[in-house]
Design a protein. Structure first.
Length: 75
């Protein structure tokens, strides 16, 4: 299991053009951790308190919801 390095995230965020912190976080996971699987993304966020809150806000409750969310946002 990967633990999110929030200090690195803050640095990554300072160079992002996006406004949505969750989308920046997803970009960060893809870039910094080379994470492409929605199941890995979900597991990583589910094991992090802030990640859980961000997913709850978007009604993401399982890996399939994450996959649907990513498909809608990145197609």
């Amino acid at each position: 299991m990967i633990r999110i390095n929030w200090d690195q995230y803050k640095e990554f965020k300072s160079h992002s053009h996006r406004d949505d912190n969750f989308m920046i976080l997803l970009d960060f996971l893809k870039s910094f951790y080379n994470m492409t699987s929605p199941f890995d993304v979900y597991e990583t966020l589910a094991n992090d308190e802030l990640g859980k809150m961000m997913m709850e806000k978007r009604d993401i409750t399982d890996a399939e919801d994450m996959e649907s969310f990513l498909y809608k946002k990145y197609r």
